[in-house]
Design a protein around this ligand. Structure first.
Ligand code: 4AD
Length: 455
C-alpha cells in the first residue's frame, strides 16, 4: 500500500537525457542518457533492483536504488515488460561483471508496457522442458531469448558476408520472380497455386532465370526464398528456405569448384572480420574453425566404394551400389567420419536434374557436385549446365518435361550459347553447420515445414 503512494517525478534539475540504443552505451558513458528496451533479466537484492535491459542491439545492466526501487511499478516489475530508463552509465569496478563491464544508475524510468506475471509470465510459458512443437508455436517469444536471437544476428551477418564476397568476386545481384510456371528440381516437390486461372508454382530455384542473365549482366547471384513441398520430415528440410544461388559463364567444372571454395572461405572471412559477430559465433560454436582449401574432392563412385568398405547401408539396410541415391543418413555418416568439407562430384545423370552437363570422360555421369559439411551434409548443389540445344532436349525428354514453357531457357543455347555453371546454397543449412545447430529450423525466423505454416 505504501509503495503505491510513492510517485517519482523526474528531477528537473538534471541535464536533459540523450536518447541512445544500447550499442551506443559504451560511447556514452558518464553522461545522462535514456534508453528503451525490454526487461531481459530481473533480480532484487538488499533494496536494490537489477535489470538487464535488452533492445536488440545489446544488453545493459541498470540498477535502481532508494525510493525508485520502492515504487509500485518497480516492486512489481516482470520479465519482458518494456521500459524507458534514464540515468548515467559508468564503468564497473574490478571484480563486478555485467555486459560491456558497465552499469546504468537509474534516476528515473517510465514503464511502457507491463508484461504478465504468474502463469502467463514468459518464463512459465517457455522453459527447458517445453516441447519442440510448443517452442515453434511460441517462436515469436522464443526469438527474444539469447540463443535464438544470436543465431538470427549471425544469420544477418552471414547474408552481409555473402553479398560482400559476391561483390569481391565480381558477381551482380538480381531478383528473379518467386511465381513461376516451370520446374527446376523435379515435379514432385512443386507448390502449385492458381495464378489468375492458370497453373503456376512457387519457385524451387532461380537457376534458370540466372542463366538468362549471363549475356546481359555477366556472372550473377541472387538471394531468394525457394519453396519445396518436401515429403521428408527431417532436421534439414524446410518447405521455404533462403537460397543463395549464382551462375557463371565461360568457365569449366574445375573453375566452378574453385570459385565455390573461394566464395565459402571469403564469406566466412567476412563474417569473422566483424568482431561482434565473431564473438556471437564463438558463443554458439566455440570450436568453429574456417575450413582450409582446397576442399576434399571425392567422386560419387568413390563415395559408393567408401560406403561399401565402411558398411554404411541404405535406408533398407542394403549395401550401396553405383546408381543409388545416397540417402541423408549415409551421406551424413560419411561426412561426419571424414570430418571436413567434401565436394562429392560426378553423380549419375539419372539421379540429377534435366539441365546437367555430362562428363566428357564418362558419359554415365554429370559434371555435378554437392558440397557436404560435417553435421548437416549437403549445403550446396552445383553443376555445369548443358550448353547444346540437342542435349537439352534429351534432358527434357528423360525427365518427361514438356519443353514449350521452357522456350526462353532453350533460347539461351540458341542465341550464342556458352559453357556455364552455377550452384545453390541453402542458407539455413550453411548456418546450421557454422553455428552448430542440430536442426536448420533454428536457423530461420519462422520455419515452414510439413504441417507447419504458422506463426
Ligand atoms: O540441390 P538443389 O536442389 O539444387 C538446386 O536447386 C539448383 N537448381 C541450384 C542451382 O544450381 N542454382 O538445392 C540447392 C541447395 C541444397 O544443397 C540445400 O542446401 C538447399 O538448397 N535445399 C534445401 N534447404 C532446406 N530445405 C530444403 N527442402 C532444401 N532443398 C534444397
Amino acid at each position: 500500500e505504501d509503495a503505491k503512494r510513492i510517485v517519482i517525478v523526474q528531477d528537473s534539475s538534471l541535464p536533459a537525457a540523450k536518447k541512445i540504443k544500447i550499442r551506443q552505451s559504451v560511447a556514452n558513458r558518464d553522461t545522462r542518457v535514456k534508453v528503451s528496451g525490454w526487461i531481459h533479466r530481473l533480480r532484487s537484492q538488499k533494496g536494490l533492483i537489477f535489470i538487464v535491459l535488452r533492445d536488440g542491439t545489446g544488453f545493459l545492466q541498470c540498477v535502481l536504488t532508494g525510493q525508485l526501487a520502492k515504487t509500485y511499478d518497480a516492486l512489481t516489475f516482470t520479465l519482458e515488460s518494456s521500459i524507458t530508463i534514464f540515468g548515467i552509465v559508468s564503468a564497473l569496478p574490478q571484480g563486478k561483471t555485467a555486459p560491456d563491464n558497465h552499469e546504468l544508475t537509474t534516476d528515473y524510468f517510465v514503464l511502457e508496457g507491463k508484461a504478465p506475471g504468474e502463469q502467463e509470465a514468459i518464463n512459465s510459458r517457455i522453459s527447458t522442458d517445453t516441447s519442440p512443437s510448443t517452442l515453434i508455436d511460441l517462436r515469436h517469444l522464443v526469438i527474444r531469448g539469447e540463443t535464438a536471437s544470436t543465431v538470427l544476428k549471425v544469420r544477418a551477418a552471414t547474408l552481409r558476408g555473402f553479398r560482400k564476397a559476391f561483390e569481391q568476386l565480381g558477381l551482380l545481384e538480381v531478383t528473379p520472380p518467386c511465381m513461376v510456371q516451370t520446374q527446376v528440381e523435379g515435379g514432385s516437390t512443386l507448390f502449385e497455386f492458381n495464378y489468375y486461372g492458370e497453373k503456376a508454382y512457387l519457385t524451387q530455384s532461380s537457376q534458370l532465370y540466372l542463366e538468362t542473365c549471363l549475356p546481359s549482366l555477366g556472372d550473377v547471384f541472387c538471394i531468394q526464398e525457394s519453396f519445396r513441398a518436401e515429403k521428408s520430415h527431417t532436421r534439414r528440410h524446410l518447405s521455404e528456405y533462403t537460397h543463395v544461388e549464382a551462375e557463371l559463364g565461360f568457365l569449366d567444372f574445375d573453375e566452378l569448384l574453385t570459385h565455390i571454395e573461394e566464395l565459402i572461405c571469403q564469406t566466412i572471412d567476412n563474417v569473422l572480420a566483424d568482431s561482434k559477430t565473431s564473438e556471437l559465433l564463438r558463443i554458439l560454436n566455440p570450436t568453429f574453425e574456417p575450413p582450409s582449401r582446397p576442399f576434399l574432392r571425392m567422386k560419387y563412385a568413390q563415395a559408393i566404394d567408401y560406403l561399401q568398405k565402411n558398411d554404411i547401408r541404405d535406408p533398407e539396410g542394403k549395401p550401396h551400389e553405383f546408381g543409388d541415391d545416397i540417402a541423408e543418413a549415409a551421406e551424413r555418416k560419411m561426412t561426419d567420419d571424414i570430418g571436413r568439407p567434401i565436394f562429392l562430384t560426378h553423380f549419375p545423370a539419372e539421379l540429377k536434374a534435366f539441365y546437367m552437363k555430362r562428363s566428357k570422360v564418362d558419359n554415365r555421369v554429370t559434371e555435378s557436385a554437392d558440397l557436404l559439411m560435417p553435421g548437416v551434409g549437403e549445403v550446396i548443389g552445383a553443376s555445369m549446365r548443358i550448353s547444346e540445344p540437342e542435349e537439352l532436349f534429351r534432358g527434357y525428354a528423360r525427365e518427361g518435361i514438356d519443353p514449350s514453357p521452357y522456350y526462353w531457357f532453350t533460347d539461351q543455347r540458341k542465341y550464342g550459347t556458352c559453357e556455364h555453371g552455377g550452384y545453390g546454397l541453402g542458407l539455413e543449412r550453411f548456418l546450421a553447420w557454422m553455428c552448430d545447430r542440430y536442426t536448420i529450423r533454428d536457423c530461420c525466423l519462422y520455419p515452414r515445414f510439413t504441417g507447419r505454416c504458422t506463426p
